[in-house]
Design a protein. Structure first.
Ligand code: ASP
Ligand code: MG
Length: 406
C-alpha cells in the first residue's frame, strides 16, 4: 500500500458536480488499496475575485490581511469535498495549512515552505481516512497565514508528497498532459508521454501554464514523480521525471510562448561600474522581476541597455527607470509593450549543434525580426513583435519535427 497525492486545480472543483467527480477519483485510488491525500485549489475564478475585492478595499492592501483573504477560496473547496466524500461513505477530513502546520517563511504572496509537520495527516491516514488539504497556503512562525504565489497549489501538493514520501503525485487539470506546444494555437501539437524535470521547469518558466515552476523545482529536488493528468478523461497523461538517454534523442521537446512581456531600453547610458546595479536595484525593491537583459557593446563610453519585464509591471517599471535614468545621465528610456517571447526547449540541445542557427533561420524565412535573444543549456528564447507569436510557434514546431507521430 502506497500513498498517492492528488492535486486538483480550479476548473476541476468549479461546482458541486465537479467536486463529486473529484471525489470519485479519490475513491478509486482508495479502492485500489492506496492511502489518499487530496490537495485542492479554490474554485475557478475565486482567487481572482478575492484579489479584486482586496483592491476595492484598499489601493495598497495590507499584505497580512491580503494573504488571509485570498487563501479563503481553498477553505470552501476542501470542506465541500470532505462533505461529499463522507456522504459517499468514504470518511474524509479537511485541513487548512495552519492545521497541518505547513510552515513557511514570512514572505507574503510568495512564501516558501520551510517545513511540514506530517503527524496529523499520518494519524488520519492511519485511521483509513481520505485527507484533504488546502493548497496555496501556509502559516509563518508567528501564526500569520501566508500564500505561496499564484498557482501555488501545485507546490503544496509536491511538498506534501515529498514530506510524506508519497509513491506519486498526480496533478489533475483541464488538459490531458504536457504538449509540445499550446494545442490552441498549433493543431499539430503532440502530447508528451514523458518529459524531464529540467525541460518542464524551463517550459513552465517560459510560458507553459500547466505547472507552477516552483513545484517542478521541488519535485526534482526530492525526486517526486509527477503525473499531469486530465480530470475529465482517463486517457493520456504526462510523466515528469528524471532525464534518461531517450530524452536526449529529441533535440527540441517543446515550444513555449509568453505574450506577457514588455521591453524597456535605456538609451545612451554611461558605461561604468555600478550602472546596472543602480538601474535594477530599485526595480527589485519594488518586487518587479526582470527577465532578459542585454547590454550592447559600448562605443565612446556609452551603451544601451535593454531588458524585459512582465506587462503588468511595465508602467511602474518605466516610472522607476525614468527616475534612475536622470540620475545616471542616460539620454532616454524607450518602452515597447507590443512584444512576446518565444522559446524552444530540449535537453538534447546540449549534444546537438546548430539548434540556435536553425531557430533563427526559421524565423527569418518568415520575415520575423528577432529583437532579443537569451540562451541557457537547454533553452533558447527570442523576443519578437507580438503579432508574430502564433506564426513563430507554428513554423518552429514544423522545423523541429514536433508534429503528431503518425
Ligand atoms: N487558488 C490559487 C490561485 O488561483 C492557487 C492555485 O490555483 O494553485 O492562484
Ligand atoms: Mg494551476
Amino acid at each position: 500500500m502506497g500513498l498517492v497525492v492528488q492535486k486538483f486545480g480550479g476548473t476541476s472543483v468549479a461546482d458541486i458536480a465537479k467536486i463529486k467527480n473529484v471525489a470519485k477519483k479519490a475513491i478509486r485510488e482508495k479502492q485500489a488499496g492506496n492511502e489518499v491525500l487530496v490537495v485542492l485549489s479554490a474554485m475557478a475564478g475565486e482567487t481572482d475575485r478575492l484579489i479584486a475585492l482586496a483592491h476595492q478595499a484598499s489601493e495598497t492592501p495590507d499584505e497580512r490581511e491580503y494573504d488571509s483573504l485570498i487563501s479563503t477560496g481553498e477553505q470552501v473547496t476542501i470542506s465541500l469535498l470532505a462533505m461529499v466524500l463522507n456522504e459517499m461513505g468514504y470518511p474524509a477530513r479537511s485541513f487548512l495549512g495552519f492545521q497541518v502546520k505547513i510552515l513557511t517563511d514570512k514572505a507574503y504572496k510568495k512564501a516558501r515552505i520551510a517545513m511540514i509537520d506530517t503527524d496529523v495527516i499520518r494519524k488520519e491516514l492511519a485511521k483509513g481516512k481520505i485527507v484533504v488539504v488546502a493548497g496555496f497556503q501556509g502559516v509563518d512562525e508567528e501564526n500569520n497565514i501566508t500564500t505561496l504565489g499564484r498557482g501555488g497549489s501545485d507546490t503544496s501538493a509536491v511538498a506534501l508528497a515529498a514530506a510524506l514520501n508519497a509513491q506519486q503525485c498526480d496533478i489533475y487539470t483541464d488538459v490531458d498532459g504536457v504538449y509540445t506546444t499550446d494545442p490552441n494555437i498549433c493543431a499539430k501539437a503532440r502530447r508528451l508521454d514523458r518529459i524531464s524535470y529540467d525541460e518542464m521547469l524551463e517550459m513552465a518558466m517560459t510560458g507553459a501554464k500547466v505547472l507552477q515552476p516552483r513545484s517542478v523545482e521541488m519535485a526534482k529536488k526530492y525526486d517526486v514523480p509527477l503525473y499531469v493528468k486530465s480530470t475529465f478523461s482517463d486517457k493520456g497523461g504526462t510523466l515528469v521525471t528524471k532525464e534518461d538517454k531517450d530524452m536526449e534523442k529529441e533535440v527540441v521537446s517543446g515550444i513555449t510562448y509568453d505574450r506577457d512581456q514588455a521591453k524597456i531600453t535605456v538609451i545612451h547610458v554611461p558605461d561604468k561600474p555600478g550602472i546596472a546595479a543602480s538601474l535594477f536595484t530599485p526595480l527589485s525593491e519594488r518586487n518587479i522581476s526582470v527577465d532578459m537583459i542585454i547590454q550592447n557593446a559600448s562605443a565612446e563610453g556609452f551603451t544601451d541597455l535593454t531588458f524585459t519585464v512582465s506587462k503588468k509591471d511595465v508602467k511602474e517599471a518605466q516610472k522607476i527607470v525614468e527616475a534612475t535614468a536622470k540620475v545616471i545621465n542616460a539620454k532616454s528610456v524607450d518602452v515597447d509593450d507590443d512584444v512576446a517571447k518565444v522559446s524552444i526547449i530540449g535537453v538534447g540541445m546540449v549534444s546537438h549543434s546548430g539548434v540556435a542557427a536553425k531557430m533563427f533561420k526559421t524565423m527569418s524565412d518568415e520575415g520575423i525580426n528577432i529583437m532579443m535573444i537569451s540562451t541557457s543549456e537547454i533553452k533558447i528564447s527570442c523576443i519578437i513583435k507580438r503579432k508574430y507569436t502564433e506564426l513563430a510557434v507554428m513554423v518552429l514546431h514544423d522545423a523541429f519535427g514536433l508534429e503528431k507521430k503518425k
